[in-house]
Write a protein that binds this ligand. Structure first.
Ligand code: ADP
Ligand code: MG
Length: 265
């Protein structure tokens, strides 16, 4: 199976990383792709959004610890959500692991060593990153083939994208030369306001700036995710919005986005 590992990254919180992991994963599974979602945020938002409790359950923290200590994992860490959609959950212990990693040899490679043996079982593995550029995120950048960067018009800043790009560039140069940026995904877009139009122009300008300064292609996906209160409601109901309100514009946008992403391959 030709599998693809995609990290969903932005060091800003609240830009739609978790919502994108959930709904993109759901949309890909509907098209018949075998999907594994990895919650890689100690907050466990993706785990909770899928209706699971985070406390004391085996998950990515278990797999990371066992990889660090070089032992086989005995617990079952992959949960089947529905046909073609699977989850490795996370809990707060993952934050402790980030501390432990400081003293581990090849600390950037641990997630990669967890994913490599199972990657052939899936078409897409989506990693929902935490809002930081710390060791966990570097692990995700090391394990992945490519990156999606969700950006809200309001949270856009050339500085923010610059810091992220610089981290991607360094990881690409020093650890993982195959990283590709799939693109920037604009989320929570309110198309009626002028502000958003201006912001959109700013995103386009930053993409050009990044190309010039870092020599890294960073296209903006054609499909943009509109803002809708239903997106938040769906998460509160522990469902993908595609299941909760299939006709909603956000549902349609994520389904179109899944197709655009597949066409990227
Ligand atoms: N398209 C959208 N429209 C409206 N609200 C959204 C949309 N996408 C996400 N949200 C809300 O924005 C908040 C942050 O989204 P989230 O996916 O958790 O971001 P992150 O993982 O980057 O912190 C959540 O409350 C979520 O419900
Ligand atoms: Mg999140």
């Amino acid at each position: 199976m030709q599998s693809k590992i995609i990290a969903i990254v932005n060091q800003k919180g609240g830009v739609g990383k978790t919502t994108t992991a959930l709904n993109l994963g759901y949309a890909l599974s509907q098209i018949g792709k075998k999907v594994l979602l990895i919650d890689f945020d100690p907050q466990g938002s993706l785990t909770v959004a899928l209706g699971y409790k985070t406390d004391n359950k085996p998950g990515i923290q278990t797999l990371m610890t066992d990889a660090i200590e070089e032992r086989e994992t005995e617990e079952k860490c992959i949960l089947e959500i529905k046909k073609n959609l699977n989850l490795i959950p996370a809990n707060l212990q993952l934050a402790g692991i980030e501390m432990t990693l400081v003293n581990v040899m090849c600390k950037e490679q641990i997630l990669k060593s967890v994913i490599e043996p199972i990657r052939r079982d899936f078409d897409y593995i989506l990693i929902d990153c935490s809002p930081s550029l710390g060791t966990l995120t570097i692990n995700a950048l090391t394990a992945c083939d490519s990156i999606i960067i969700p950006v809200t018009p309001e949270f856009l800043s050339a500085k923010g994208l610059g810091d992220l790009t610089s981290t991607i560039k360094k990881t690409k140069k020093r650890i993982n030369p195959r990283i590709k940026v799939e693109g920037i995904l604009i989320t929570m877009l309110n198309e009626r306001t002028n502000l958003s139009k201006e912001m959109l122009r700013a995103v386009n300008e930053s993409a050009v700036y990044i190309k010039d300064k870092f020599d890294l292609d960073m296209k903006i996906f054609n499909n943009k995710i509109p803002a809708s209160v239903r997106a938040g409601e769906a998460i509160k109901n522990r469902k993908s919005i595609i299941e909760y309100d299939p006709k909603n514009k956000v549902s349609k946008a994520y389904q179109c986005f899944a197709k655009e992403l597949i066409a990227n391959d």
